[in-house]
Design a protein around this ligand. Structure first.
Ligand code: G4P
Length: 525
């Protein structure tokens, strides 16, 4: 018999959308909210004035403003067709940061939204690489089919070549832009016809792959060409393979238009069916923790400080790995061995941010934090110690020299830096010989947040000197000769004392490699 716990866990689908800014992440999210009944009306979410905000907000906050509903910037939980769908936001635009990457450590699947006019763009590629290392399913939505875009075959080929993943087209566009007739849906064995301003209509296929019956659109050359292309692709292309999809080796590709909602529901239905529920997670010592395990376990993947100085609270985001969370349970923080009562928590629903009563593996809960937690912390119930592996560090791309403005405030400056670094807000480096402070980050906004928090939380004003983007590469201390450093590759050390070169650009790195062919240069994830 299926237990209550199994039923709950099997209903969970926890994922993030990865895409380049403007590909349509917000619009697709909005449709999910619409189908789940969380909002009533879809429309373009205009994000005007975003650039002028000092602390860029997530697009979801824009939805919140537009729609007058409460959506947190980070996690949404909606009920879709009886499933509990948890969508984690991956901040893009100017608030792209390590948090964006870390969020990908807490999901069971990723949806990649591609603008079919542009193909695979830089940010999508970066995010894909992080997701792909986790071996979780990746679903592709080729968006903006209502516009004239690139050839579908061209898009699929590029996806396979640039990202190095096999693709399986689940449906195939019949026309594009003004000539868009519909989707030839191989997976569901039907054709989905687009009607301007109306809901899509569906027609079943016969054994030959033709729409049954005598319908006017069958006379269109767009229809016959699409069928020909799709069938040919099926013959010559990859086989549909559930296992390969589950392991992230094969990405199912869907075409559609988030703006008009065309093909979105078809996509979401297939996603729910093919993306798996939470699966076992390995601990540091290799023990597999089953999501339906009785004891509660989870890890913290993000800590969000409140930017409003009137509220000094922070929220630690916990991904539940196993068991059932009930309000007020006592857990142990693995890093310190200390007991903590989880009394003040919050869950993220599409229509309200409310106190959590209970939650299951796959869910994300927010824990009010007064400074106890660090990114990567494990929480567990019971006597047996559980500790999940540390979250990976990501290679920073932009750097900044930093020093206290007021030498008399050195102490608070050091304390502030140390805590913010531990929290994972920023990475700290020193120049190798002169020990000057260098901050490294994935995105520019992290520096601004750092400066703001240091001032408001630690009362320390800082002097920041931008160093621009650099390529950080670690080197084995045994291979290091300080003479290898030059103006184009600054030698620094990370906070564990490990030597790292900060190359000015790709040219400088290549030049170094040519000059020192035996030296191994490494990067973080
Ligand atoms: P993002 O979250 O990935 O950054 O993208 P978002 O959904 O905000 O979409 C970016 C822009 O692209 C939006 O236009 C949105 O309306 C449009 N868009 C999204 N999906 C589609 C689609 O399927 N077809 C078409 N034609 N457009 C789509 P915007 O911000 O209002 O900009 P604009 O109206 O000034 O161009």
């Amino acid at each position: 018999m299926v237990s209550e716990m199994e039923k709950e866990v099997n209903k969970r689908r926890t994922f993030a959308i990865i895409s380049h800014p403007d590909a349509g992440k917000t619009t697709i999210t909005e449709h999910l909210l619409l189908y789940s009944g969380a909002i009533r009306e879809a429309g373009t979410v205009k994000a005007k004035g975003k650039k002028s905000n000092k602390f860029a907000k997530s697009d979801w906050m824009e939805i919140e403003k537009q729609r007058g509903i409460s959506v947190t910037s980070s996690v949404m939980q909606v009920d879709y067709d009886g499933y509990q769908v948890n969508i984690l936001d991956t901040p893009g635009h100017e608030d792209f940061s390590e948090d964006t990457y870390r969020t990908l450590m807490a999901v069971d699947a990723a949806v990649m939204v591609v603008d079919s006019g542009k193909g695979i763009e830089a940010q999508t590629k970066k995010l894909f690489e992080v997701v792909s290392q986790r071996g979780i399913p990746i679903f592709t939505f080729m968006n903006k089919l209502d516009r004239d875009g690139r050839e579908p075959l061209d898009l699929v080929t590029e996806l396979e070549e640039v990202l190095g993943i096999d693709a399986y087209p689940m449906n195939w566009p019949m026309g594009m832009g003004k000539t868009l007739l519909g989707l030839y849906d191989l997976y569901n064995q039907r054709v989905e016809i687009r009607q301007e301003g109306e809901e899509a209509s569906f027609y079943d296929l016969d054994e030959e792959g033709q729409v049954k019956g005598d319908l006017p659109f069958k006379a269109s050359s767009i229809y016959s060409q699409a069928i020909e292309d799709a069938l040919l692709l099926h013959e010559a292309g990859n086989d549909f393979d559930r296992q390969a999809i589950a392991e992230g080796k094969l990405t199912p590709v869907f075409f559609g238009s988030a703006l008009t909602g065309f093909g979105v529901q078809t996509f979401l239905d297939a996603f729910i069916e093919l993306a798996h529920a939470p699966s076992p997670t390995l601990t540091k010592d290799g023990q597999a923790i089953n999501p339906t395990d009785d004891r509660f376990t989870g890890f913290i993947f993000k800590i969000q400080a409140n930017m409003n100085p009137a509220h000094r609270d922070r929220i630690a985001f916990v991904r539940i790995v196993s068991g059932r969370f009930e309000k007020g349970i006592n857990v142990t923080l693995a890093r310190t061995g200390k007991g903590i009562r989880m009394a003040h928590t919050t869950q993220f629903m599409a229509d309200a941010r409310e106190e959590v009563q209970d939650a299951y593996a796959g869910d994300i809960i927010g824990l009010y934090d007064t400074g106890n937690f660090q990114i990567g912390d494990t929480l567990y119930t019971g006597n047996q110690v559980v500790e999940f592996p540390d979250l990976p560090l990501f290679t920073p791309e932009v750097f900044m020299k930093v020093a206290p403005k007021n030498v008399l405030k050195q102490k608070s400056f050091h304390k502030g830096i140390e805590q913010l670094v531990q929290e994972g807000a920023i990475q700290l480096y020193r120049t190798y010989h002169t020990e000057e402070y260098i901050l490294g980050a994935v995105g520019q906004l992290q520096f601004e947040v750092f400066q703001y928090r240091l001032l408001h939380e630690y009362n320390a004003e800082v002097e920041m000197t931008p160093m621009g983007s650099k390529i950080a590469r670690w080197i084995d201390p045994d291979q290091l000769d300080p003479k290898m450093s030059s103006s184009r590759n600054l030698l620094a050390k990370d906070r564990f004392g490990q030597p790292v070169f900060l190359f000015e650009n790709q040219f400088a790195e290549n030049w170094f490699k040519d000059k020192h062919p035996d030296v191994v240069l490494k990067q973080l994830m």
